[in-house]
Design a protein around this ligand. Sequence first.
Ligand code: ATP
Ligand code: ZN
Length: 442
Amino acid sequence: MSHKSATNTPESESANTESLEHRVRRLELEKQALEQEIKALRLEQKEAYKAASVIEPDASNPLDPLQKIAKLTNPEIARYGRQLILPGFGIHAQMDLRNCSMLVVGAGGLGSPCALYLGGSGVGRLGIVDHDTVDISNLHRQVIHNEARQGMSKAQSAALSVRLLNPHCEVIVHDLVLESSNAQPIIDAYDIVIDATDNVATRYLLNDACVLGGKPLVSGSALRLDGQLTIYNYRDGPCYRCLFPTPPPSETVTNCSDGGVLGVEQDPPTMTLFSANSSTMFRTIKLRKRKSDCIMCGDAPTITKLIDYVRFCGSSATDKTPDLFLIPFQERLTCETYKKMRDEHTPHLLLDVREKVQFDICSLPSSLNIPLKSLPNEIEQIKTHLDTYPNQPVFVVCRRGNDSQPAVKILQEHGVTTGEIKDLVGGLERWSDRIDPDFPKY
Ligand SMILES: Nc1ncnc2c1ncn2[C@@H]1O[C@H](COP(=O)(O)OP(=O)(O)OP(=O)(O)O)[C@@H](O)[C@H]1O
Ligand SMILES: [Zn+2]
């Protein structure tokens, strides 16, 4: 008989009486051990970046100005030979690239190819901004990352890929959410800024910071099968606000879409539009010049410093967290409460406001799918349901708890009156995280 089984009963009794104290102590020790491990890993990581010449600036390590050169080295000439012999490009354009610093904001679908091609083509210094980490669902299009880097900071992953492609390019990592409090000094440290983000708040922030810092802003956006490209704040061309003085209403904007992005470096400035589904895949639209009464870049600007862009746009810069300010948290439903209601068979209508393509991937049983965009036209369907089941609560769900909030507002504004109308905090993604791990996340 082993010692363990002989003492089994008294041991578990004492574990029961002392378990809380023990647990606290054990967790404290584990925490200390983990903190040590994190510290050691951070040092290791710093060494790895140093070896790869990836720079992470911070207050104690600010960026030095880019060291300009007057002549390309032979290895550089060998590397860039194919583009050096392009008519209209040549050694002068290559030197311009080499002596230029560019900042790519967003290392996602657009930022990935953009950073790789800029780094590969010989930009002297490339900064990469992203606050997010690499996720498996990114990899089908965010080709700068890879499977082994899941969970790694996107900015760091992108920087490492660029370094592997071209060690002549100096790569700077900005692993942070770019926002009003930190944007200006970062923007000011670069010659050209590239907006490869996916949300309206960051688009206005970048526009304003670039106007204030006098930097051209190359702006791209892609949504489903459509894309747009332009340069703002370049020569006498417009800034983003000249064309889009006010943000679109937040309930009409999913985080991946936006008020529009415009195109390229001809004179006059143009907007290039791409549409994979159209017979004319590329179209170019001429843009008006800078507006003299633009509140940002006009003759008498009224915006002279960065503002609160989340408030201004009514939507947040990150689509991973819900826009908490639309509906106060206490007026919303948590997954846990809703799970209890389902278990108790509380009668209710569950309205899923995702697009049908998403609803077809997965949905909670007995939910009714009316996409947010069609909701105002489909209100009668809900009213008819409530005529049959008066006062039944209506619960609204979406992917992450963003679209469900404007949906609640639309129901209220269209005179849907019933027991209660609430939406699910964190949406189906949180349902999968907290309630049902078998529920797919996409
Ligand atoms: N203000 C910001 N600061 C830093 N990074 C930002 C900011 N706004 C957007 N981004 C980053 O820009 C990238 C946008 O790319 P994209 O939309 O392809 O990626 P995604 O957010 O991973 O997509 P999905 O919606 O499929 O998860 C994201 O990696 C996002 O983290
Ligand atoms: Zn303007």
